[in-house]
Design a protein. Structure first.
Lengths: 225, 302
């Protein structure tokens, strides 16, 4: 269970989120939509403890994220897989090494890594591309590598922040399909986007943000953009 | 746990290699600092031996007036030997002093003739006193200065020696102070350069660090490699500086021995090599790791 209770966030005098409250059940798929600067990315940063709210409580399973110590955050972040618009892959590592990196920092053994990484690359359709570097991959493939890396910890939640922003419509469709498949397997999916196409395709619960406030939370996929 | 430890070390070496030129500069500065430190250690050895050698040559010679009887001198010798500060007191009678003098100048015809022409022995009886430690000569000199001995003592040769030794000790102290100051100055420069190198490494790795955080790397996994890099700088600095210093010490050794025969720097190096390796590594690693720790605390906000 993820819950935001009356959360506000300010940067200096500028209000970014104002009294936000919502709940996301395990296994749910929720799109958070809004124009640029509406507060979507701030919600993600607050959820993974990268920032602290000015007020309010953020609940992630048994944790109250806003009260967690810096030393407790890495364990929380391993329960969340994050996918970004710009992929955030390391250019000096191959696709295999990028995915393996997430397990290396966790302290997993090399045999375990060699077993898990090919499985995950296979799941995202890149079984034969593990040896390629990011500059040798298409945008869609890079995003698949990023998804594989996000999934490698078997997180209970995947957060995708504008995951199709840098992709053409074909690759965007493919990525959305992949994310839906991951959600069908039981992983909670939070999709932050300003793309109508994606939201229309997903047709699930949509939270609409405007100027740091929730202006609509519709379980059937209606939104205001 | 062991896997994480080895990965932290691996990433530390990667940081070192990725910033090759900066790493080389940092190690060079650490080497210079440690060479100055090494010079200070050698200066300490030389000056300590030089002062010890000079101090070993100090004694107090008490010359007795012609009227002093042998009984009075022997009784003073006994009294002096009972003092805890006195290591030895050797009585040299007038006759013995003359015999020593004659032996010393047996090649000199003029002196031999002059002595033959003299009716009486012109030399005075004396006591040569050695103290347990150089600092105790002052106490012994004070004892000899007492009123009841003034009638039998002609003069005491202590003051002149002391002035020379004290002056030498002051020069050594000043040079040592200047040496420490230079070492500290170099250490400060080394810390700043290492700090800056680590800061630049953090800056150039910012993308990787962001991803590490994102995938849930622990704080020690993020910080650790930079501390390892600092330690690598220190270990390399220590090893290189000692590798450069050792042949220089061996080469300088015979020249130093000409001035101070008691000092053999080559021998000192041989005997104290394990300690010298430890000192160089300890100072190098301390400088490297402290700088890295400060840079990590300052620039790696987790």
């Amino acid at each position: 269970m993820i819950a935001f209770h009356n959360v506000s966030k300010h940067y200096n005098d500028q209000k970014v989120l104002e009294d936000i409250s919502f709940k996301i059940a395990p296994g749910e798929l929720v799109s958070i939509v809004g124009r640029s600067g509406a507060g979507k990315s701030t919600i993600i940063r607050l959820l993974i403890g990268e920032e602290k709210p000015a007020k309010g409580r953020i609940i992630f399973g048994p944790h109250e994220v806003n009260r967690m110590l810096p030393s407790e955050l890495p364990a929380l972040r391993r329960k969340v897989g994050i996918v970004f618009q710009d992929f955030k892959l390391l250019p000096t590592k191959t696709a295999h090494e990028n995915v393996a990196f997430a397990l290396e920092v966790e302290g997993r053994s090399q045999p375990e890594i060699e077993e898990l990484v090919p499985q995950m690359l296979d799941l995202v359709g890149l079984a034969d591309k593990g040896h390629l570097f990011p500059h040798e991959l298409s945008g869609g493939m890079k995003q698949r590598v990023a998804i594989a890396r996000a999934m490698i910890h078997r997180p209970s939640v995947i957060i995708a922040d504008e995951p199709t922003g840098n992709l053409d419509s074909y690759n965007a469709d493919e990525i959305v399909k992949l994310l839906l498949k991951i959600n069908e397997l039981g992983t909670t999916l939070i999709l932050a986007t300003h793309s109508r196409d994606i939201v229309n395709k997903v047709k699930r619960r949509v939270i609409t943000l405007d100027d740091g406030r929730i202006i609509k939370d519709d379980p059937h996929g209606d939104y205001i953009l | 746990m062991a896997t994480t430890f080895f990965r932290i070390i691996k990433f530390g070496f990667q940081n070192f290699a990725r910033n090759g030129l900066l790493s080389a500069t940092t190690v060079a500065i650490l080497v210079m600092t440690l060479l100055v430190f090494n010079g200070l250690l050698m200066f300490g050895v030389i000056s300590k031996s030089a002062i010890a050698s000079l101090e070993d040559k100090i004694d107090i010679s008490v010359y007795f007036s012609a009227g002093a009887t042998e009984d009075q001198i022997l009784s003073l010798e006994k009294a002096l030997e009972s003092l805890p500060e006195v290591k030895s007191a050797d009585y040299i009678s007038q006759d013995k002093a003359l015999a020593i003098f004659k032996d010393r100048h047996k090649e000199d015809e003029a002196i031999a003739q002059a002595l033959n022409e003299l009716q009486a022995n012109p030399l005075l009886a004396s006591l040569n006193i050695k103290a347990q430690s150089p600092s105790q000569y002052q106490t012994i000199a004070g004892y000899l200065d007492s009123e009841n001995l003034k009638g039998i003592i002609d003069n005491v040769t202590y003051g002149e020696n002391r002035v020379v030794i004290d002056r030498l000790a002051r020069i050594v102290d000043t040079l040592r102070g200047a040496g420490w100051l230079t070492t500290l100055l170099f250490a400060a420069v080394a810390i700043l350069v290492t700090f800056n190198t680590i800061r630049l490494a953090i800056y150039s790795n910012r993308e990787e660090l962001g991803i590490m955080r994102l995938v849930g790397a622990s704080n020690k996994f993020i910080n650790g490699p930079y501390l390892v890099t600092g330690v690598i700088y220190g270990v390399l600095g220590g090893m290189i500086s000692l590798t450069l210093a050792a042949p220089a010490i061996v080469l300088a050794s015979p020249y130093v021995s000409i001035f101070i025969p008691e000092v053999s720097l080559a021998n000192y190096l041989l005997v104290h090599l394990p300690q010298l390796i430890f000192y160089h590594l300890a100072v190098g690693v301390t400088l490297g790791s402290v700088s890295a720790m400060v840079a990590v605390r300052r620039y790696l906000k987790i």
